[in-house]
Design a protein around this ligand. Structure first.
Ligand code: SAM
Length: 240
């Protein structure tokens, strides 16, 4: 992967960035995504935010090497602290991290006033997608689109969210059941072969944990009840 040829996963995140966007890419190791989108002429301006010095330096080098330092600002910062009001960011991408970390970055963004809740959010959690969806719903966002893809034997989900105020027609915006937040409301309707593959694997993993807990005679805890409920949801979705 490089700035001219993104991974399938990052290319799909990039495809969801609107033309002419002012983008904040948070966790922008190498700044591959903003650099590729700028070279394509798709975006107007970008901030590449990175909290670790090494990746921050590589992001800076990448941007400079491509002669884009006047169009992409690379900042060493934790989460959305990378953004200042003059950036006039309208789109935020956060990719390649766990869902809990993504939700934490968004929370901090709201708390510090860096996230206005008017921005389009394009989120690609590696795990813990449910946490991201729960954050969105609790923060007046609705899910406009979801993608699921496989690359190098890993399955990734991409969630595109818009503020409820920007919603057009979906009368259910912002109202999802726990089960929908677990599977992804749109992915669960589409039920693509990759989605089914993911949940077959997840079913096996959970079944293994469940069996171990049963054999160990673990008392009924919230965790066990949760696994049991998830197993019944998975069985149901794979059956119909
Ligand atoms: N976004 C790129 C992608 O999807 O290929 C890079 C993913 S890399 C696995 C995650 C990056 O996020 C790392 O460079 C890490 O240092 C950075 N990161 C983690 N927590 C962060 C935070 N709170 N603020 C900014 N960057 C963060």
């Amino acid at each position: 992967m490089n700035e001219h040829s993104l991974s399938k996963r990052l290319a799909m995140v990039g495809a969801e960035v609107p033309s002419g966007a002012r983008l904040a890419d948070i966790g922008s190791d190498h700044a591959y995504l903003p650099t590729a989108l700028m070279l394509e002429g798709k975006i107007q301006y970008a901030v590449a935010g990175e909290v670790v010095k090494g990746p921050f330096e590589s992001a800076k080098r990448q941007v400079a090497k491509n002669g884009l330092s006047n169009k992409i600002t690379v900042r060493l910062a934790d989460g959305l602290a990378a953004v200042v009001p003059e950036d006039r960011i309208d789109t935020v991408t956060i990719a390649g991290m766990g869902g809990t970390l993504i939700a934490h970055i968004l929370d901090e963004g709201v708390r510090s006033g860096k996230l206005q809740k008017t921005e389009r959010l394009i989120l690609q959690p590696n795990v813990g997608e449910q946490n991201v969806r729960q954050w969105l719903i609790a923060n007046e966002y609705w899910i406009e689109r979801e993608h699921i893809l496989e690359e190098n034997d890993k399955i990734y989900e991409i969630i595109v969210a818009l503020p409820v105020t920007a919603a057009k027609t979906d009368s259910r915006k912002g109202e999802y059941t726990e089960k929908e937040l677990f599977f992804g409301p749109l992915l669960a309707v589409e039920k693509s072969p990759i989605f089914l593959k993911k949940w077959q694997k997840e079913q096996q993993n959970r079944q293994r944990v469940w069996n171990q807990l049963q054999q160990a005679g673990t008392p009924q805890t919230e965790k066990i009840t949760e696994i049991k409920e998830q197993l019944s949801w998975i069985e149901e979705i794979l059956a119909d």
